[in-house]
Ligand binder design. Structure first.
Ligand code: AMP
Ligand code: MG
Length: 424
């Protein structure tokens, strides 16, 4: 376990007062470690979990050579390029019901998709390429090659080979793959436990009557949604008032129960509350100014008492919470979950409007990505980009990522977009 000071010393140009988004990710990648506990779960519970060890194929898939088409199986050596081939149909091979006879030259077997290829046969002619007269089929020349339409034993997975690797985040395709191997359970890493709470004396919990100067807590609900989509076990610790004892109690309880703690609010420069003071008192925490918009202030480190627990102290503004989560917290949590899959790629879209952008910071704009009539992706911002405006976040299906060095965007320029689908 490295201290923040050790990590900082490894990063050339580290300046907590002016961190680039890339530096934040490099820092966090050095700070967090994957969980180690494992458990055996049934296939239905495996969705969204991370594989703890390689799955070796106990069988080959498919378990035998079989037909890829409905048609007629025969020995492809009989095909010539200059003359039609006539064959006599002498039997039928059905899926699940093999045909066990022997064929002589000039003979074929009617075969269904998935049926085992009869011994010695290597080619299937699809039914629609043939003409049938009585028990004779005719295949015209040059429509087929020897070996066509045969699926080979083990062409998907070979017995004894790794089918899935440690660190795989199990999605629907992986569940199907496990089932194709006849496996009904799998060993996964334990779920990551993440506790979260909101801070600030002006923050109202749902159910409380409105009060002058106060706003309802929205961050706990976006954080709940983001963590749940990620497959974390969530521990909701409510709104914690800005009092030293209440904050200390919340951090201690959170650290006891969770692998990571996410707070929102109270980490801005010049913040006159106790959140920062308590983070400092209980842990090894850095207070950063990140060259980004929205989401400049962020606290990161570990609460050390009563046990080391990763801390992400997010800013208070609702959109800043979501953006810092997506840009920094999400990749770090995936690493803690043991997931080895990299971040989804950014896509390129044509900006439908000019966007003002200062070089020297990363900016995230809420955008609606669509397909242009002529094919490529296009993107339009979704209105008010204020860091507290959630309605434009709801209208968006992705974030336009304007990179650190990038300047103004002209209408028609290509920009990078991070899609929400598949991410949250
Ligand atoms: P702070 O970072 O604590 O200065 O908060 C920045 C802004 O975000 C302020 O306008 C806060 O009222 C608002 N804010 C902080 N926490 C929340 C929350 N949980 N839900 C909604 N707004 C919040
Ligand atoms: Mg505050």
């Amino acid at each position: 376990m490295k201290t923040l000071e050790q990590i900082a010393s490894e990063l050339a140009g580290y300046d907590p007062q002016a961190l680039s988004a890339d530096m934040v990710n490099s820092f966090l990648a050095r700070l967090v470690e994957p969980v180690t506990g494992t458990e055996q779960v049934g296939i239905f519970e495996a969705l969204g979990r991370v594989l703890a060890r390689d799955v070796i194929s106990p069988i080959s898939v498919p378990p035998h050579d079989n037909s890829a088409m409905d048609g007629y199986a025969f020995d492809g050596a009989q095909l010539t390029t200059d003359a039609p081939l006539s064959l006599k149909v002498i039997g039928t091979a059905l899926a699940g019901k093999a045909w066990a006879g022997q064929l002589r030259p000039g003979e074929c077997v009617k075969i269904m998709t998935g049926a085992i290829m009869p011994a010695g046969l290597d080619t299937v002619v699809p039914q629609e390429l043939t003409t049938l007269a009585g028990d004779q089929i005719t295949i015209p020349p040059n429509v087929l090659q020897a070996g066509d339409n045969r699926r080979h034993l083990g062409e998907d997975l070979m017995q004894g080979q790794p089918a899935l690797h440690t660190g795989e985040l199990l999605g629907p395709a992986a569940l199907g793959l496990l089932a194709s191997l006849g496996l009904c359970s799998v060993t996964v890493l334990r779920r990551l436990k993440v506790a979260y709470f909101s801070t600030g004396d002006e923050i109202l919990s749902l159910g409380e009557p409105p009060r002058e100067g106060a706003v309802y807590d929205s961050n706990r609900y976006t954080v709940f949604g983001l963590l749940t989509r990620l497959g974390c076990q969530v521990i909701d610790m409510g709104v914690v008032p800005d009092q030293p004892q209440a904050l200390e109690g919340a951090f201690v309880q959170a650290a006891l129960q969770a692998d990571a703690i996410i707070t929102s609010g109270g980490v801005s420069v010049g913040e006159a509350d106790y959140t920062k003071a308590m983070m400092k008192q209980l842990g090894d925490v850095a207070f950063w100014k990140i060259a980004m918009r929205p989401g400049r202030p962020m606290a990161v480190g570990r609460i050390l008492n009563p046990k080391p627990t990763i801390l992400f102290g997010l800013p208070g503004n609702p959109v800043a919470v979501m953006v810092t989560f997506l840009a920094f917290v999400r990749p770090a949590l995936l690493q803690m979950m043991g997931c080895t899959r990299g971040a989804p790629p950014l896509l390129k879209a044509k900006s439908l409007e000019a966007i003002r952008k200062k070089p020297g910071r990363t900016e995230f704009q809420r955008g609606m990505v669509s397909t242009a009539p002529d094919g490529p992706l296009q993107v339009k911002t979704t209105g008010n980009q204020g860091s507290g405006v959630l309605s434009s976040m709801v209208q968006a299906n992705g974030l336009i990522v304007l990179h650190h060095g990038q300047g103004n965007v002209a209408a028609g320029d290509e920009v990078d977009v991070m899609m929400f689908e598949g991410v949250i």
